[in-house]
Design a binder for this molecule. Structure first.
Ligand code: NDP
Ligand code: 2IT
Length: 448
């Protein structure tokens, strides 16, 4: 059989079955493009229709989330959980609360999560969920009532051994607390059903830091292949949430110079560099006061670019850490022209296919999200282990495990890319390595 025709027939089917879901088509397309060489070597995957099965979520749950706002008015949101693949472990993946959330976006995220989780080497399947809820401008009590209503339905479908959600955009420590409280109340169970919990009720040290730290560790390992380090490198970061903040923290620790943060309103550019003190201001601004990044520029008297992204700031390294498709072909060109030689993706699918193509043509170090940001979910896996054992590891132990996991992901992606004839191509390496383990598990488990 002609593998290319086979792959396009699968893509056609995905588009037909999931009309109007461009992000999902994009995520599937990017993976399928990498798989030709592995399907040639492993015809048993084609015979067993592994791909046809893998692109169809095992289960999709969509539910109404009614809640009462502070004025006493009933509001209704739509909640989702996409249980994509349980081939190698319980469904695992975050919850996103953002007005843009829809089935297609969560399917793209759930699909990516399958391969990312496989790369971590921990036993976790892929899933994602969330709601089209906008927490901006909502009071704590409104957020709590929303979370309680959301969990009232979600709790029927998740469990410590079946599906373990965590945070993502719009879901941080505060939301995980409210969600966990409601789960416990409904099920009368104190179990590790969510990760990203607070430390004194089952959370893991380093989980808040893990995605950002991991994206920087991945950058360190990519740079090492060219005999370079992060020391003195000027770095642009997008977003100013969880991933962006801890990316900056680790960069500062390693002697690099972060110079930007952004949010959906604009970008701050601080040519003198964001240091520990300025980062503490951002953490308080974003995590406690829940304000806008513009205030950084007002406070530290630096530049604020309303409506802009950070990609036209000259840099050595870029860490896209906000959202999908935030770097397009024009942005990629500007980054390359500004001297950027490394992109490590803290966000999921932040670069469009055209941008990825440009990075690869320019032969810069390009770490795709499913490899570079896997540290977050990996540390969620470590939180699950600690919950099962009912004990807590120390900070250094968890960080050492995270470091080791990121090193192994880097090595696995590199070696796999080399083995399949695309040395230095972390996209091919991540897709093939992540896929092969899941495909083999599916073969072992029969037609399910
Ligand atoms: P947060 O909610 O903490 O922060 C999100 C940041 O991105 C905010 O600054 C937000 O700005 C900005 N942002 C979100 N959506 C948009 C948009 N449509 N346009 C412009 N800016 C936007 O989320 P996280 O830091 O947790 O997540 C960031 C990215 O990292 C996401 O892609 C997520 O999927 C990915 N990720 C997260 C992991 C985790 O452990 N948290 C793990 C792996 C990946 P504003 O406040 O204005 O909305
Ligand atoms: O995209 C992701 O990997 C996450 N949002 C983290 C998922 C998790 O289960 O920790």
């Amino acid at each position: 059989m002609n593998i290319q025709n086979y792959l396009s027939s699968i893509m056609d089917q995905v588009v037909r079955r999931n009309l109007g879901e461009p992000e999902f088509h994009q995520a599937v397309g990017e993976v399928l493009e990498s798989l030709e060489p592995v399907l040639k070597r492993r015809p048993e995957f084609v015979e067993a229709s592994i791909l046809e099965r893998l692109v169809e979520p095992e289960r999709q749950i969509i539910f109404r989330v009614p809640w009462v706002d502070d004025k006493g008015k009933v509001q209704v949101n739509r909640g989702f959980r996409i249980q994509f693949s349980s081939a190698i472990g319980p469904y695992k993946g975050g919850l996103r609360f953002h007005p843009s959330v829809n089935a297609g976006i969560l399917k793209f995220l759930g699909f990516e999560q399958i391969f990312k989780n496989s790369l971590t080497s921990l036993p976790m399947g892929g899933g994602k969920g969330g709601a089209d809820f906008d927490s901006k401008g909502k009071s704590d009590l409104e957020v709590m009532r929303f979370c309680q209503s959301f969990m009232t339905e979600l709790s029927k479908h998740i469990g410590a051994n079946s599906d373990v959600p965590a945070g993502d955009i719009g879901v941080g420590g505060r939301e995980i607390g409210y969600l966990f409280g409601q789960y416990k109340r409904q099920r009368d169970e104190f179990t590790g059903v969510l990760t990203g919990k607070s430390l004194n009720w089952g959370g893991s040290l380093i989980r808040p830091e893990a995605t950002g730290y991991g994206a920087v560790y991945f950058a360190v390992d990519m740079l090492a292949t060219r005999g370079e380090s992060l020391e003195g490198k000027r770095c642009v970061i997008s977003g100013s949430g969880n991933v962006s903040q801890y990316t900056a923290e680790k960069l500062i620790e390693l002697g690099a110079v972060p110079v930007t943060f952004s949010d959906s309103d604009g970008t701050i550019y601080d040519p003198a560099g964001i240091d520990r003190e300025k980062l503490a201001f951002v953490m308080h601004l974003k995590n406690v006061r829940r304000g806008r990044i513009r205030e950084y520029a007002e406070h530290f008297k630096t530049e604020y670019r309303p409506g802009a992204t950070p990609w036209d700031v000259a840099c050595d390294c870029a860490f896209p850490s906000a959202t999908q498709n935030e770097v397009d072909a024009g942005d990629a060109k500007r980054l390359l022209e500004g001297g950027c030689r490394l992109v490590s993706e803290g966000a999921n699918m932040p670069s469009t296919p055209e941008a990825v193509e440009l990075f690869q043509q320019a032969k810069i170090l390009y770490g795709p999200g499913k490899a570079a940001n896997a540290g977050g979910v990996a540390t969620s896996g470590l939180e699950m282990s600690q919950n099962s054992m009912r004990l807590n590891w120390g900070r250094e132990e968890v960080d050492a495990r995270l470091r080791e996991i990121m090193r192994n992901i880097h090595r696995n992606c590199s070696e796999t890319a080399e083995l399949y004839g695309s040395p230095g191509n972390y996209v091919v390496g991540a897709n093939i390595a992540g896929f092969t383990k899941v495909a083999e598990a599916m073969l072992d488990q029969g037609v399910v």
